[in-house]
Design a protein around this ligand. Structure first.
Ligand code: MTE
Ligand code: MO
Length: 496
């Protein structure tokens, strides 16, 4: 309802996300207006032709010279021309609460105040999140608007994650998608509905395939870095595994006789999220890039991309575009979020101060993810045996070769047993592998256990986060430590 009423306020305002504020705007390149403060009437602000004026909290700002520097794009910021910016900012509350945005970006552009009779005339800001779906209580909500919620210990126990337990990472409000099967997607310049794609499958013109894949946010385990990195402070639950049903992009290309050139495959969402992935991933017979319209055999829940999303198995979470609207090929990475700081792992010495001087074009955006592992449970039984279990996963479809457990901080290692997921093809292990291990600890005093995994390419994990820290807090795959529980302590628990 609200979304329709404010149909012009686009989601891409929302995409102006954490990633964008992490990329500081080069304010030296923006010539600010000389701040000559005076009073403005509302009509004057509305009708100003020469200058782009906006209102924020009864103050008037001349943003004329900032428009082209707006990280969310010129079109988006121009929607607020002559009016209040609050409704637009409500799409992404981090604007409103961001000291940098208010003090460093907005304040220098202040040119005056609304005259007294026009003050406090702002329309009530809509809450663009009112139509967000209700989330399962089994998720750990880190931020509600936009929703960032991680899968909890219980959810991580199941090899196939229930759609309800699957972590949620949204950059803005969830599109309503009331069109259902009539939802339009532009596929290489031709317009299709989701229903049309399903019909191609029904008529046998396109093969329907199922891919079971683990998805992990690039920021999973960011909160484990000792040195704090900006962004959602994820624990280890921004990872889940689901079965996706749909059609291969590769098959679509053939069916549509697409002749588009370009080394980058681009995907755009209803919420403005735009990503580029290397073309070879799509062309690869075994790349398994699909347009998915089912999750775990049912409709994709709204939080996870209803009615259609891109699945790029083995790649960092963000490339799996939800609420898909358009795909095409291009010669360049088309997304400014991707050419910028977002999803780039910068050198260790680049902190939030130095980052402004870094030539970002020198660094590539994250695609495949590094091998990682997590201990879900570690309990010493009354028999003196430590039993622990968890998961391990590597990007690029690289299967898990081995999991190692240590009870002496990594001086010596015990080999774990690979369980569900261990039988995936080694070059196409899109899903995680579960493991467990038993270690006799009768004669040792242990409080903590640590795990590392090795993938089929022989890659393993760094022992400490400090050796891989990066300003965006991405790709934390350092050894995972866990405190050990004791069974006999549980006996004394009055709750059983
Ligand atoms: N359209 C759109 N696609 C998106 C996002 C988004 O905010 N909008 N978030 C991305 C990120 S950062 C991740 S980690 C995954 C999360 O998918 P999930 O919410 O289904 O777990 O979706 C990706 N695709
Ligand atoms: Mo993510």
């Amino acid at each position: 309802m609200f979304r329709r009423a404010f149909g012009l306020v686009p989601p891409a305002v929302a995409v102006a996300s954490t990633t964008f504020f992490a990329t500081k705007i080069d304010l030296n390149r923006v010539a600010f207006a000389e701040p000559k403060l005076r009073e403005f009437s509302l009509t004057e602000v509305k009708e100003s032709k020469r200058k782009v004026l906006v209102i924020y909290k009864n103050d008037v700002y001349d943003i004329t010279n900032f428009v082209s520097a707006h990280p969310g794009g010129k079109d988006k910021i121009m929607l607020a021309k002559g009016s209040y910016i609050e409704p637009y900012w409500s799409y992404y509350p981090q604007h409103t609460n961001n000291k940098y945005v208010i003090d460093s970006v907005l304040s220098p552009m202040k040119v005056g105040t609304l005259r007294s009779e026009d003050r406090d005339s702002a329309p009530p800001a809509p809450n663009p999140y009112v139509s967000d779906p209700v989330r399962s209580h089994t998720l750990r909500i880190i931020s509600p608007t936009p929703c960032n919620a991680e899968t909890t210990a219980e959810g991580l126990e199941s090899w196939l994650t229930d759609a309800d337990d699957f972590y949620v990472r949204n950059h803005g409000p969830v599109p309503l998608a009331t069109e259902k099967d009539a939802w339009k997607i532009n596929l290489f310049s031709e317009t299709f509905s989701v229903g049309d794609v399903k019909d191609l499958v029904k008529n046998g013109q396109l093969e329907e395939i199922e891919i079971t894949a683990t998805m992990q946010c690039g920021g999973n385990r960011r909160g484990y870095y000792r040195k704090k990195a900006n962004g959602t402070q994820w624990g280890h639950g921004a990872i889940s595994n689901a079965k996706w049903t749909g059609v291969r992009v590769k098959d679509l290309l053939k069916h549509l006789k697409v002749e588009e050139k370009g080394n980058w495959f681009n995907a755009l969402s209803e919420d403005g999220t735009l990503v580029s992935i290397p073309r070879h991933k799509v062309d690869d017979e075994e790349g398994d890039v699909i347009l998915a319209y089912k999750m775990n055999g049912g409709e994709i829940p709204r939080d996870h991309g209803y009615p259609v999303r891109l699945i790029v198995p083995g790649y960092v979470g963000v490339r799996n575009v939800k609420w898909l609207k358009k795909v095409w090929f291009g010669e360049e990475v088309s997304s400014m979020w991707q050419t910028g700081l977002a999803y780039k792992i910068l050198p260790l010495d680049v902190d939030s101060k130095k980052v402004e001087k870094v030539d970002l074009s020198k660094y590539k955006g994250m695609m495949e993810m590094p091998v990682t592992s997590v201990i879900r449970k570690a309990v010493i039984g009354k028999d003196g045996i430590l039993r622990c279990s968890g998961f391990a996963w590597s990007g690029g479809g690289r299967g898990i070769h081995r999991v190692d457990i240590s009870v002496d901080g990594g001086h010596s290692w015990h080999c774990g047993r690979l369980k569900e997921g261990a039988d995936q093809p080694p070059h196409k292990s899109w899903s995680w592998t579960f493991w467990d291990a038993e270690v006799d600890v009768k004669d040792v005093n242990v409080e903590e256990v640590v795990v590392k995994a090795v993938d089929v390419a022989g890659n393993s994990q760094p022992s400490e986060g400090k050796d891989i820290w990066n300003v965006r807090g991405l790709g934390n795959n350092s050894w995972h430590y866990r405190k050990i529980d004791r069974e006999d302590e549980w006996d004394h628990n009055p709750f059983g």
